[in-house]
Design a protein around this ligand. Structure first.
Ligand SMILES: C[S@@+](CC[C@H](N)C(=O)[O-])C[C@H]1O[C@@H](n2cnc3c(N)ncnc32)[C@H](O)[C@@H]1O
Length: 468
């Protein structure tokens, strides 16, 4: 039987790619940067070939070392000869000094960043999705300290553990994190306090050389200054951790804002190492949550309005997370099927429906499965959903989901609301949905300082198809 590729395989694959790239000869050229690529790199041209250069901006003139690949080049700045008018000094020391991979656009001003993110969506939809769209202004909020979640890599070293993030150009290296200007300050403060526990040699960690340390604010907290904000710690990795109770007790004792410590072992089992009485339920602490609570509020309003504009009786809420939209639609009298692969998310949805009362719960059904596997139960010859919401992770939706939306059985469906955090997979999925027309596309600035953007694309059944 074939083994499914795991994290280690991806890591090896990545390293092989790096070695191959490292083996390619470097050329030098003076480049004028004229645009941003989808990953946030500046793009210049050598003999017509696009060369992608991280940490540059349109208007920069730079001497660049680059390697040639099949149809493009990859470069690095040797010397900046002329500075783009869009440039600003990066606010975080790690951006320049450690080439931190978490942000890609700190070196350009906020307006340019917002425009760049919008253009990435527009350009990707044109090139990959073959769709022309006009975009209204992006919905924005805080530029800094907006993240309610911070995940660090921990590496075992002879003197203990170091924790931090990867440089953008070296996935093997981790630099020690001192500050993070996009994370909520309480998360960074928590990290500093946790370091003291990590250096305590009397407390052992899970049996792995590398772990992930997730810090997250209470799920539903908004990011207004709030003295009562609490943090949940989620340690991931390893197969055994005999010291977990002692370690967690030390964390709860020494870091007052931490309310719970969870351990997710390599096999996916999740175990409450220790938590205080009022800590969030497992389902709340561990299920998906948007990183930017304030923009997420605006996004949710937009999605709700987009769904209800079709006046649906039946809605499939695909990739439903903890079921916020499902609950709201059921409260408004719609019949909803929520489909969520993660058991914690599905459990949280059921809890919220139960709490909303019998009438609301009676209108909603929760399916804990992959969307692509749940399809046969979502529409029949006599009953199809009026609207389908798709809110998948970065990899987009499985081809079976777009095929289903094209299928005859789904002909009665009037609308699709696709919420995407990756324009490339959104565009690919739209290219597989020729019988759906775009009604609107709206961008939400969920991840300032980065090249990432959240997009809501509303689709209706194509007029041409109706007539056919
Ligand atoms: C971007 S989140 C969206 C969650 C929710 N709709 C929200 O707005 O908060 C994507 C969700 O899809 C779930 N998921 C990932 N792959 C899935 C699949 N193939 N089928 C169903 N759910 C999936 C994840 O567990 C996660 O909760």
């Amino acid at each position: 039987m074939r083994r499914r590729p795991g994290r280690q395989d991806h890591h090896r694959e990545h390293q092989r790619g790096r070695r191959e790239r490292a083996a390619l000869p470097e050329h030098t050229a003076v480049l004028t940067i004229d645009s941003f690529a989808a990953g946030g790199e500046g793009v210049g041209r050598v003999d017509g070939m696009a060369v992608f250069v991280p940490r540059t901006a349109p208007g920069d003139v730079a001497q660049v070392a680059y390697t040639r690949h099949a149809r493009h080049g990859r470069g690095r700045v040797l010397q900046l000869l002329e500075r783009s008018a869009h440039r600003v000094d990066a606010r975080c020391g790690h951006y320049e000094t450690d080439r931190c991979g978490a942000c890609q656009l700190q070196h350009v001003n906020a307006d340019t960043q917002r425009q760049a993110r919008q253009q990435m969506v527009q350009e990707t939809l044109r090139r990959v999705g073959r769709r022309e769209v006009a975009l209204p202004p992006i919905t924005s909020d805080l530029e800094w300290h907006y993240r309610g979640r911070l995940t660090l890599v921990l590496l075992r070293r002879s003197g203990g553990w170091i924790g931090g993030l990867h440089p953008h150009d070296d996935a093997r290296r981790v630099f020690a994190l001192q500050q993070c200007e996009i994370a909520h300050p309480l998360l960074v403060e928590t990290w500093h306090a946790l370091r003291a526990v990590l250096t305590d040699r009397s407390l052992t960690m899970p049996d792995a050389d590398s772990l992930r340390l997730g810090l997250r604010l209470d799920t539903d907290a908004t990011l207004v200054a709030d003295a009562d904000l609490k943090v949940t710690v989620v340690l991931q990795g390893g197969t055994q951790w005999p010291d977990r109770e002692r370690w967690s007790a030390a964390v709860l004792r020494r870091v007052p804002q931490v309310r719970a410590v969870w351990w997710e072992a390599e096999d996916g089992t999740r175990d409450a190492a220790l938590q205080e009485g009022d800590a969030p339920e497992a389902s709340e602490a561990l299920a998906f949550a948007q990183v930017n609570a304030r923009v997420a509020d605006a996004l949710r309003e937009h999605v709700y309005a987009a769904v209800t504009q079709f006046a649906p009786q039946r809605v499939v809420d695909g990739y439903s997370g903890t079921g916020l939209l499902t609950e709201r639609l059921a409260r408004a009298g719609r019949e909803v099927i929520a489909v969520e692969a993660d058991a914690m998310g599905a459990r949280r949805t059921e809890e919220r429906l139960r709490a909303a009362g019998e009438a609301v719960a009676g209108r909603a059904q929760v399916v804990c499965d992959l969307m692509e596997r749940a399809i046969p139960g979502l529409a029949t010859d006599v009953q199809a959903p009026d609207v389908v919401v798709l809110n998948p992770p970065r990899r987009g939706v499985d081809a079976r989901v777009t095929a289903w939306l094209e299928d005859e059985i789904m002909r009665p469906a009037r609308g699709v609301v696709y919420v995407s955090c990756d324009p490339a997979t959104l565009a690919r999925d739209l290219s597989r949905m020729p019988s759906w027309d775009i009604v609107s596309v709206h961008c939400f600035d969920m991840f300032p300082q980065t090249a990432h953007v959240e997009t809501v694309c509303v689709l209706q059944r194509s007029q041409g198809r109706e007539a056919a």
